[in-house]
Design a binder for this molecule. Structure first.
Ligand code: ADP
Ligand code: MG
Length: 278
């Protein structure tokens, strides 16, 4: 009788050893690596705790399913190119009085993605637009949706390069692909006519099919100026707003708030010293 006390449960006889080895072989061929790795310990526990065969199989496959899900999530996260660690949970609503927390929570469920609804985040710099956009993107990635985050300037540059290199169609397919496309920072830099047209095409091909979250510091009335063409701006807004949620962010910059708080702390910390010097 073969005894193996280290890696495998002790089989009763030669046939059990051979069956065990065949099973490992099947798992390897099917590339069920996590299940293969967990097999000895699962068999051991199944024996010790007198699991039924169904329980044992369920347990083994659950291990493989978790590993597959974790691998897919990591892949979606890599693809999404999230620029910051921001999350919806980390958003401080007290610092953003105009923001409807119920609406953000609702958007956090990702239900809007099913109806290809767009989200426009409009407000001055530092009010949390990118934070919310990245938070929405992260929620979408975790809910299993293919997501991609870019800026208006990067999207324009990429389309420009693709046009020069004769890859226009591939580039358009790329931006049509993700279920959620986040376009950050529209309006910070003026867009040349060619970039405005690329942006319009991206919006047009996603219209009523997949969602866009767009952040901008300019009101929609100013988009003609941003895009350098009122007709393109009107056509783009028409599609973006048809099925959309518009969120206006207002108030003081969170960045400057931090800065003011730090300066305030420094002042309080240094005041007694000054006094003693006086
Ligand atoms: P915007 O894109 O509107 O210019 P950001 O989203 O980049 O602003 O916010 C600037 C910084 O302040 C980021 O680090 C962001 O995480 C943080 N921030 C802004 N608003 C909030 C908020 N309400 N709660 C938590 N952090 C915030
Ligand atoms: Mg921003």
């Amino acid at each position: 009788m073969t005894t193996n006390t280290t890696t495998t449960p002790q089989p009763q006889n030669q046939m059990a050893v051979s069956t065990y080895q065949k099973l490992r072989g099947h798992l390897a061929v099917l590339k069920l690596d996590a299940a293969a790795e967990a097999l000895p310990s699962v068999l051991q526990t199944a024996g010790d705790e007198e699991w039924s065969m169904t329980q044992m199989l369920e347990h083994l496959l659950a291990i493989e399913v978790s590993a597959t899900e974790a691998r897919r999530l990591a892949g979606r996260l890599r693809f999404a190119c999230l620029p910051t660690p921001a999350t919806l949970d980390g958003f401080d609503y007290d610092a953003a009085p105009g923001v409807d927390r119920h609406l953000i929570r609702e958007l956090g469920t990702c239900a809007y993605l099913e109806s290809a609804t767009n989200v426009l985040l409009i407000g001055p710099p530092g009010t949390g637009k990118t934070h919310l956009a990245v938070g929405l993107a992260r929620a979408a990635v975790h809910a299993g949706y293919r997501t991609y985050v870019t800026t208006a300037a990067d999207l324009a540059a990429r389309c420009h390069k693709a046009a020069i290199e004769g890859r226009w169609a591939t580039c358009m397919r790329f931006f049509a692909g993700p279920t959620l496309l986040v376009i950050d920072e529209l309006g910070y830099l003026p867009l040349p006519a060619e970039a405005a047209s690329a942006l319009f095409q991206v919006v047009a091909q996603r219209y009523l099919k997949t969602s866009i979250v767009i952040t901008t510091n300019r009101s929609v009335a100013e988009w003609g100026e941003v895009l350098g063409d009122t007709t393109v701006a009107a056509a783009m807004l028409d599609r973006l707003l048809h099925r959309s949620v518009v969120l206006k962010l207002d108030g003081d910059s969170y960045r400057l708030r931090d800065h003011h708080a730090r300066s305030q702390n420094q002042r309080t910390a240094t005041t007694p010293t000054r006094r003693t010097l006086e």
